[in-house]
Design a protein around this ligand. Structure first.
Ligand code: F6P
Length: 557
């Protein structure tokens, strides 16, 4: 167990979350969220003194870069890590403009802009593309503060960028954010990294390099093992917001003070457990009955909705349509890096008027669930009424809005506004974003649990769309069936290629490419092959008959 990285371990609090009541599940997820701040086992999470000192050091570095005319701050990551970097750079660039500074923050996400709202997992494995993109964005600057985020200390895309910084110390200051000790950084080699390099090698080199900074507090295992969008994503957001906020404002406060304020507010989310549990139940019922979930929001609130939705695809192999987010203003589109005109990101990024939204939503399956984020509930009232006439379920997440729900309304409201008491407007908004992230993560995670996409606390239908996920899938199969690594890998590969024959002549990269053309439940089929000694064809037939993937693991299929 000790060699298993914290970010891949199983959390003792959620071992049976798939059998919990919705209220208990909401409580368990909240307790896991608080581990980010209070710590896990003997680790102190974001309250660790040594870590907080380093965070204060980063504030000094960011301040210096903001004041340097030839300096920029580049934030990079894959999947959720890249998306959180994008949101932070978007928000704080806005603050730069308000402070009469040029935009000083730049984001990079593996897979480009489309990876902000859809799942583009394979580029995570490419250190060459990572380094080339960093080189490109930093070309016209003399000083670059590079912040690479990889929760598991694992992504070669970020590894290649850190290596590039270490090779060019006159220009770059490398900072690594992740949530494992360096000794647990990934040691697996990837085909595109020459000289047998690994992420562990780069992280160890950083440890020995003066001026390089590693920020890796231990926040403990994810509520759903490996789902780093959850606690690790929360910790990433809190760290970036704290540092950028302190560097952009005239304050004597330290990182500890800001984090404390985040902690106290997030703790208060517990007061809304009953309402959160009611929404989870509705979201679960909706998904079980093949309804869709839609989020409607504007500015960064709307973007959080799109991001939460996009992450469900690789984590639970859900369809793109199951959960989707929509924007009501063009804030997202205006925040994007320029890319070639033919690189389609998503039509949903465009500003949607109430009429556009009605055109899109009028054919939703019966009993779908539409979540209006903050002010959008009142701004879209006509749409709310039309959706209610069609008997869809409506949820309002109230954050900063000062309006109230009409009496006799049968809309389900979760009111967090009373918990957001910060006197500072910027902090109010950042806290509201964090609450929203946690609330949406809780709803979408718990809805997939109710749909049977989780066994105990394991994501049993993960999409095997990069090397990390390939090895995670093998570990899941081994753990749940007791077979050895070779058998687990053999069945996984047969399931990927949809064949009863053994495949021995393909590389791991070819396996990942083959996944892209396979819409099957790859891991569940492999699980069943191992559990019941079935051929691929027999297992596939069985899975096609069993809509609840969890039932395979409990023998109820
Ligand atoms: O590969 C998929 C994924 O696990 C995403 O879900 C996650 O957001 C991304 O990788 C990044 O992981 P990390 O931050 O550990 O590099």
């Amino acid at each position: 167990m000790d060699s298993v990285p914290f970010t891949e371990r199983r959390n003792a609090l959620t071992m049976n979350i798939d059998a919990d009541t919705v209220e208990d599940a909401a409580n368990r997820l909240h307790e896991c969220n608080m581990e980010v701040f209070y710590g896990y086992e003997n680790y102190k999470g974001l309250s660790d003194d040594e870590f907080l000192n380093k965070l204060d050091q980063l504030v000094i570095l960011v301040k210096a870069t903001l004041q340097n005319e030839k300096g920029i701050i580049v934030i990079s990551g894959c999947g959720t890590s890249g998306r959180i970097g994008f949101l932070a750079s978007t928000f704080f660039n806005q603050l730069c403009l308000e402070n009469n500074l040029p935009k000083k923050y730049h984001y990079i996400i593996a897979g480009g802009n489309s990876a902000l709202v859809t799942s583009v997992e394979a580029t995570e494995d490419d250190p060459i593309v990572g380094a080339a993109e960093l080189k490109h964005v930093s070309e016209s600057f003399e000083r670059v503060l590079f912040i690479g985020i990889t929760c598991g200390l694992s992504a070669p895309f970020v590894g290649g960028q850190l290596e590039y910084c270490l090779d060019n110390p006159e220009k770059f200051i490398p900072v690594l954010i992740g949530f494992n000790p360096v000794s647990m950084a990934r040691q697996i080699r990837v085909p595109k990294w020459s000289g047998d390099k690994t992420f562990y090698g780069v992280a160890s080199r950083m440890e020995k390099t003066s001026g390089a900074l590693i920020l890796n507090p231990i926040v403990g295992p994810e509520p759903i093992s490996g789902s780093s969008r959850m606690k690790s994503g929360t910790a990433t957001k809190v760290m970036l917001d704290t540092v950028f906020y302190l560097a952009s404002t005239n304050t004597n406060a330290k990182a500890r003070d800001v984090i404390e304020e985040f902690k106290i507010t997030i703790e208060k989310m517990k007061n809304e457990t009953t309402d959160i549990a009611n929404v989870i139940q509705q979201a679960g019922d909706c998904m079980i009955n093949n309804g869709y979930i839609r989020y409607v929001g504007s500015s960064t609130f709307g973007i959080w909705g799109m991001i939460d939705a996009s992450e469900c695809v690789p984590t639970y192999n859900s369809s793109y349509d199951d959960i989707r987010g929509f924007m009501t203003n063009d804030y997202f589109k205006k925040s994007l890096n320029p890319e070639s005109a033919d690189s389609l990101v998503s039509p949903a990024l465009d500003q949607s008027t109430p009429d556009d939204l009605w055109k899109t939503f009028q054919d939703l399956p019966p009993s779908s669930l539409i979540v209006f984020i903050d002010r959008e509930y009142h701004l879209q009232k006509a749409l709310v009424d039309k959706l209610q006439q069609k008997n869809h379920r409506i949820v309002w997440i109230k954050l900063l809005s000062t309006e109230s729900l009409e009496s006799n309304s049968n809309v389900q409201m979760i009111d967090f506004s009373k918990s957001i008491t910060s006197a500072d407007v910027t902090k109010q908004y950042l806290i509201a974003e964090l609450i929203l992230k946690l609330c949406l993560n809780t709803i979408s995670t718990a809805a997939h649990i109710l749909k049977g996409k989780v066994y105990q606390n394991i994501m049993i239908d993960v999409r095997v769309s990069n090397i990390k996920l390939f090895y995670r899938a093998i570990d899941i199969i081994k753990l749940l069936t007791g077979v050895d690594k070779e058998t687990a890998e053999k069945c996984l590969i047969q399931s990927i290629y949809q064949t009863n024959d053994e495949i021995n002549n393909q590389t791991i990269e070819q396996h990942i490419t083959a996944v892209a053309n396979n819409k099957d439940h790859i891991v569940p089929i492999a699980l069943l092959m191992c559990l019941s000694n079935y051929s691929y064809t027999q297992a596939k037939l069985q899975i096609d008959k069993c809509p609840r993937i969890r039932d395979i693991c409990t023998g109820n299929n």
